[in-house]
Write a protein that binds this ligand. Structure first.
Ligand code: APR
Ligand code: ZN
Length: 280
């Protein structure tokens, strides 16, 4: 980005200046980072919000501590809590939010470099974001395998088990079957490390609905070039946002802020966003 151009566009360092920048020829590749906060208005609780966050509502599963529900060692001992939670989180019951449709709008405008998501709900796919523009860094419910012999397991069969509340076991070795969700301590999908270098070509980074507490995902936010503006859209300020001169922090609900952003961009973005969301 041509240094001389940026300060004029982002001089007010607020959403209106980002809306102007997005329409400038300097802004070609926008990178997005999503967390559970972009799906809460779809009815999927996030993890750490006080009261509503999943980690505050797992008492009934008598876990030693909340994160155990996503730990392999605990899962081997007792897979019941995970499968009880899976029943609540399972895709198929939820509709994408306006925020997911906003990511699709960026792709429609040929502005989306990549959408990195921590969410396992596959709502970016359901919103119509092209698959090659999505990195599901913590995996998803889309596929499942045996954790002992690695044999793939049938998607319909696991859905039946989850609905019935029973635990699926491997047809080959009777081992435990788990959806391809990245548990704590497991490595992230190869696509994550393969696509991280793309962030060096970012012209804009938009981080939405995440506490930026889980690494390595959270570290993506500091991988964009120093002169790449970063926008945080979140209920509260998180990570190192505010430490860079071109950081823009928008505290509020993602659905409301992305709508306001499209209104500020003009050029029919607001109507296109509504239409894309109506399609979901
Ligand atoms: N609009 C804006 N922000 C929101 C909204 C909303 N409608 N709803 C929630 N938030 C914010 C919360 O204030 C919080 O800062 O989203 C953030 C959600 O943070 P977490 O619950 O920690 O979710 P996330 O950051 O995605 O968790 C990361 O932790 O448990 C692991 O693997 C799991 O992917 C998950 C990872
Ligand atoms: Zn097996």
């Amino acid at each position: 980005i041509d240094e001389s151009v940026l300060p004029q566009i982002l001089d007010k360092r607020d959403l209106a200046s980002v809306a102007k920048y997005v329409k400038s020829p300097e802004c070609k590749r926008i990178f997005v980072m999503n967390g559970a906060g972009v799906s809460t208005s779809a009815g999927i609780p996030d993890f750490r919000s006080p009261e509503t966050g999943l980690y505050h509502n797992l008492q009934r599963l008598n876990l030693p501590y909340p994160e155990a529900v996503f730990e392999i060692s605990f899962f081997r001992e007792n897979p019941i809590p995970f499968y009880a939670l899976a029943k609540e989180l399972m895709p198929g019951k939820f509709r994408p939010t306006i925020t997911h449709s906003f990511v699709r709008l960026l792709a429609e405008k040929n502005l989306l470099g990549m959408c990195y998501t921590q969410n396992i709900d596959t709502l970016e796919r359901l919103a119509g974001v092209p698959a090659h523009k999505i990195v599901e860094a913590h995996g998803s419910f889309a596929d499942q395998h045996c954790i002992d012999c690695g044999a793939p397991y049938d998607s319909n069969k696991i859905r039946d088990h989850i609905r019935k509340g029973s635990v699926p076991t491997c047809d080959q070795c009777d081992g435990l079957v788990k959806p391809d969700i990245v548990f704590f301590g497991e490595s992230l999908p190869p696509r994550f490390s393969q696509t991280v270098p793309l962030l060096r070509s970012a012209d804009l980074l938009i981080v939405m609905g995440t506490s930026l507490t889980v690494h390595p995902f959270a570290s993506l936010a500091s991988m964009v070039p120093e002169n790449c503006p970063r926008v945080l859209i979140n209920m509260d300020q998180v990570g190192d946002f505010g430490t860079r001169t071109d950081d823009v922090v928008c505290l509020g609900k993602t659905d409301e802020v992305v709508k306001e952003f499209c209104r500020l961009v003009g050029d029919g973005w607001e109507k296109e966003l509504e239409d894309l969301w109506k399609e979901t």
